[in-house]
Design a protein around this ligand. Structure first.
Ligand SMILES: Nc1ncnc2c1ncn2[C@@H]1O[C@H](COP(=O)(O)OP(=O)(O)OP(=O)(O)O)[C@@H](O)[C@H]1O
Ligand SMILES: [Mg+2]
Length: 435
């Protein structure tokens, strides 16, 4: 499992171990160096003591049981001949004055030679023995470090646990919640590192609550809207049952059909809107806007002609966007449907598709009554219908807006040609690879 505390502990323990090894080896080497210096000093001291005619005093003991061989050997020459040697068996040849390391008899020796007027004093010691003692001392010097290491590790472990406690607290707080509890997580006393996470989470919770509320309102509105055409259908059905004449019956049938058409249209628009919802997963692919628009205009041509409206395309430049075909169809379809519905007989609807600078532009211009500037924002609201216009469901322009936003585009409503009618302009950015 990917755990912050495990990761922190690993890094800290690795750091501690490396620091411990470095500090330990530095202490060890320094201790050995100092012990060596001490031994050299001891050689010189002994030599000087003998130069002052002192007798062979027992050498200072370090308290360690090292071999007898590690002891200092002292040789004294008077007037060129060896006058005394302690211990007697060790007859190192005379060396030059000063401190040096020599190789003799199969091993290394540390030797100090002091010459006075009358005598030459030579104090020697086997290097191996010195080394053994210095190693023991140096190792002893790092023992405190080794002892503190487990305590340090335990302390680190406790600190990491304590430091990560606020995260555990937030996790517990979230896990205790019911799925409907969307109020913010309390952020008091949280450390600066956890606060951004909780703040983001609270923002997300706020957005989720808002979305759920919007969905709830939408379902309520949709149910309310559906009730009207269904009530009309029910009423006409009863009229049909009770109707005495054929004329009455055929009139009720026309109204019944109208109610069913409105309910069907509403359900279709609701479905279209649900598919373009921002939460729906995107299914983008290259879409040729010119072909798509031409097809939609051709489909509506018959209804427009029946109404006496001149529907046609004034420009049709080849342009391909990366988008959702279904959403783009709903977008152009609703704009053309609105224009056809609102343009009076004898009017015109001009549709144009243009390839602009890194963008596609679709324009639908009609010669109908238009929409006053004050209402050009509100008409995009769901179920919003202008004045007494109850012919539609009020979802068309909401669908157009959702589709435009899904493609990072913009839509603006303005005046048509010659200051009358409506001009709807959609701009959709193009992706470089598809230009
Ligand atoms: N081209 C237009 N000319 C004049 N008014 C328009 C035009 N397009 C839309 N409107 C007005 O804007 C309002 C909202 O339009 P929208 O397309 O959202 O809903 P609708 O057409 O009533 O219903 P739907 O399209 O869902 O069947 C409509 O009530 C209508 O009055
Ligand atoms: Mg409409």
């Amino acid at each position: 499992m990917n755990s912050i505390s495990r990761r922190l502990l690993t890094y800290l323990f690795c750091g501690l171990t490396v620091a411990g090894i470095l500090a330990g080896s530095a202490t060890y080497h320094k201790a050995r160096e100092e012990i060596d210096e001490l031994f050299d000093y001891q050689l010189a001291q002994v030599a000087h003591a003998f130069s002052r005619h002192e007798s062979m005093a027992p050498l200072p003991s370090s308290g360690i049981n090292y071999e007898e061989e590690a002891e200092l050997a002292v040789q004294v020459w008077e007037n060129g001949s060896l006058s005394s040697a302690t211990p007697p068996g060790r007859a190192l040849p005379p060396q030059r004055e000063g401190l040096k390391t020599v190789y003799w008899g199969g091993r290394h020796w540390r030797v100090f030679v002091l010459r006075t007027d009358a005598r030459t004093i030579q104090v020697s010691q086997p290097i191996k023995a010195r080394r053994e003692i210095s190693v023991i001392f140096a190792l002893r010097s790092i023992v405190p470090l080794l002892v503190t290491f487990p305590f340090l590790a335990l302390f680190t472990w406790l600190c990491v646990g304590k430091g990560l406690h606020p995260l555990t607290r937030v996790a517990e707080e979230i896990s205790r919640r019911s799925p409907t509890a969307l109020e913010p997580i309390p952020a008091d006393d949280l450390p600066a590192e956890v606060l951004p996470l909780v703040n983001r989470l609270n923002l997300l919770l706020g957005r989720v609550a808002h979305t759920i509320e919007a969905q709830r309102r939408f379902v309520a509105d949709a149910a309310h809207e559906l009730r009207t055409p269904l009530a009309a259908v029910g009423l006409q059905q009863r009229v049909l049952e009770r109707s005495g004449s054929d004329a009455e019956r055929s009139e009720a049938l026309v109204r019944l059909k109208g109610g069913i058409d409105r309910a069907t249209r509403l359900v279709g628009q609701l479905l279209a809107l649900a598919r373009i919802e921002p939460e729906a997963p995107p299914r983008f692919s290259p879409v040729a806007l010119d072909t798509l628009t031409t097809e939609i205009v051709a489909e509506r041509a018959r209804i427009a002609a029946e109404k006496g409206v001149d529907l046609g395309m004034t420009a049709c430049e080849a342009v391909t966007v990366t988008g959702e075909e279904e959403a783009l169809q709903a977008m152009v379809g609703n704009l053309v449907d609105n224009a056809v519905r609102h343009t009076p007989p004898g009017g015109t609807i001009d549709v144009a598709v243009r390839h602009g600078e890194k963008r596609a532009v679709i324009e639908v211009v009609d010669s109908g009554p238009g929409i006053p500037p004050a209402e050009r924002e509100r008409v995009f609201d769901r179920f919003y219908r202008r004045g007494k216009d109850f012919s539609g469901s009020g979802l068309g322009l909401a669908i157009v807006k959702s589709a435009v936003e899904r493609h990072n585009g913009t839509i603006t409503l303005g005046e048509g040609n010659d200051g009358t009618g409506l001009r709807a302009t959609v701009v959709i950015p193009l992706h470089d690879d598809l230009i």
